[in-house]
Design a protein around this ligand. Structure first.
Ligand code: NAP
Ligand code: G3P
Length: 486
């Protein structure tokens, strides 16, 4: 059974070999809502022995799954997408309660996931191999042809973060499956129940037994064990840079794909459209309370236009809706837990102490941090460098564009940056110098559309996601050379 109710409590199982098992282990974790502490349900804290069993099942299932024709795999994935769309309200409700995401964003996460899965299935159907003639290399005759096809890697471990429990899980699972791998999916503990609803759609859409399996439990307890498991062939991880670095240290010779933290800068030049910049900066910084890897996390603005930009940003921020996502549509929602809110508060307090000019917010009710704007943040303050994952926006004034590029690049992170200017030459000049995966010209930093390559450099990640890129990352070339007698 996917879930069962007992004494007014909801218990969720794990998808193991095509069955929902939820009686195998007495050790459970209660998931409570960040909004009002209500119980969302209990998940299993799986033991290492149970993890071993799941991984063995995924290894066995891969033998048949890799042989299934791509068009059949694709049909199953289309069924998954259809089911997600049918269940959009139900899954969005779970997201709202479990991770305090507002209704509009929750609905859009599910819809975007359905679109992602369909596009992945169609892309995989159209991936062609190649053949290379030997004689294009000096010294070779035309007696050799290399036929290059793609092979799955085996068992992919998909580990997702709390902030997009459906989308960032599916963006690993769907390309991994289309490439012929089986998947062991470990959701973030807060976000597990939403992730299990996603797995349920895969199961009911016809994914064969053992091809997708779930494991739940705290990363701090089973994480090291599962990432270093010898039968896991590939780890596809999204989460903090701290955990990502730990994984890359302890997994020897295991291929990894990592989407990690960011400190995305919006650089605003003198000739920018300041209304456009202010709108984008605020929506980029504050949606889902800033709990997005690609949120705008600092503004680097030329001194000459800083007063005007700051006043426009402040005005936009004053219109942000703050509240309870279970009662009303709002942008600013309670942060995921007390630890996160304490961390953000620490950054705010330090910026105040060191002389940052607090223009808005700075206050807190429980885990709800009000939208906070600081001007005159300087590079000796933590807020200039650390990722708050909360609704706090620092403005750093710069004397010229070179200083902006320098501060942007001094970050340990390198996910995305924005540059606001009407001059395409200046935009390219800045974009070429920024050490990030993506530069957005005249837009907020953001991931989509999901077939674009998405990557972070430095502490922001390893490898490239994006539909075709993800399929390629989770498969390898296989080369067969035909040697002709001539
Ligand atoms: P997190 O604390 O690093 O957790 C991410 C995942 O790792 C969770 O499933 C967690 O499980 C698991 N985990 C924890 N310790 C582990 C270990 N030792 N081994 C293996 N797995 C382990 O991150 P988060 O708080 O959920 O997400 C926020 C962070 O993710 C931010 O830094 C954000 O920038 C980043 N992020 C990046 C992207 C991107 O695309 N670049 C996208 C979204 C989020 P538990 O929940 O059980 O601890
Ligand atoms: O932080 C999650 C990442 O995937 C961002 O997506 O669309 O919010 O930029 P988006």
């Amino acid at each position: 059974m996917f879930n069962r109710e007992e004494d007014n409590r909801m218990y969720f199982g794990n998808l193991i070999n095509g069955k929902w098992e939820n009686d195998s282990n007495e050790k459970r974790i209660e998931i409570k809502s960040p909004v009002d502490d209500r119980s969302v349900g209990f998940i299993q804290a799986m033991s290492k022995e149970e993890v071993d069993k799941v991984i063995d099942i995924a290894v066995d299932a891969q033998i048949k799954w890799r042989e299934m024709p791509t068009n059949q795999k694709s049909r199953i994935l289309h069924n998954v997408a259809d089911l997600l769309e049918e269940r959009i309200e139900e899954i969005a409700e779970v997201l709202m309660v479990e991770i305090a995401k507002d209704k509009k964003s929750s609905m859009s996460e599910v819809k975007r996931t359905a679109d992602f899965i369909r596009f992945t299935a169609d892309t995989a159907e159209n991936i062609k191999g190649e053949s290379l003639p030997g004689d294009s290399f000096p010294g070779f005759k035309n007696d050799k042809i290399s036929i290059v096809t793609r092979e799955p890697l085996g068992v992919v471990l998909a580990i997702s973060p709390f902030n997009y429990p459906v989308n960032l899980a599916a963006s690993k699972i769907a390309p991994a499956l289309m490439a012929g791998n089986t998947v062991v999916f470990k959701p973030a503990t807060q976000g597990s129940i939403s992730g299990l609803y996603l797995a349920k759609a895969f199961d009911e859409a016809g994914v064969p037994s053992g091809v997708l399996n779930t494991i739940t439990g705290r990363g701090s307890e089973i994480g090291d064990y599962v990432v270093t498991h010898p039968k896991i062939d590939f780890v596809n991880f999204t989460g903090s840079s701290e955990v990502g670095k730990r994984i890359s240290k302890i997994t020897e010779m295991k291929p990894l794909l990592m989407e990690l933290g960011g400190k995305d800068a919006a650089i605003v030049l003198e000739d920018a459209d300041l209304d456009l910049a202010a709108k984008n900066i605020v929506s980029g910084a504050f949606s889902y309370s800033g709990q997005r890897c690609t949120a705008v996390k600092r503004v680097l603005v030329l001194e000459s236009i800083a007063d005007e930009l700051v006043s426009k940003v402040k005005k936009e921020m004053e219109a942000l809706t703050v509240g309870n996502p279970l009662k009303e549509q709002c942008t600013i929602v309670p942060l995921i837990d007390k630890k996160s809110a304490d961390f953000v508060e620490g950054l705010i307090d330090e910026a105040k102490e060191k002389g940052g000019t607090l223009l808005l917010g700075g206050n807190r009710t429980g885990n709800l941090i009000y939208p906070t704007l600081f001007d005159n943040i300087t590079t000796d303050m933590r807020l200039a460098w650390e990722e708050p994952f909360g609704p706090v926006l620092p403005i750093i004034r710069i004397k010229d564009v070179e200083e902006g590029i320098k501060i942007a690049n001094e970050s340990e992170y390198g996910l995305q940056s924005s540059v606001f200017t009407k001059d395409i030459n200046k935009a390219f000049y800045v974009a070429n110098k920024l050490q990030v995966g993506t530069v957005q010209v005249n837009n907020k930093t953001e991931r989509g559309p999901d077939h674009f390559p998405f990557l972070g450099v430095k502490s922001s990640g390893m490898g490239t996601q994006g539909i075709r890129y993800s399929i390629e990352s989770m498969s390898r070339p296989k080369v067969t050379v035909i040697n002709l007698e001539m």
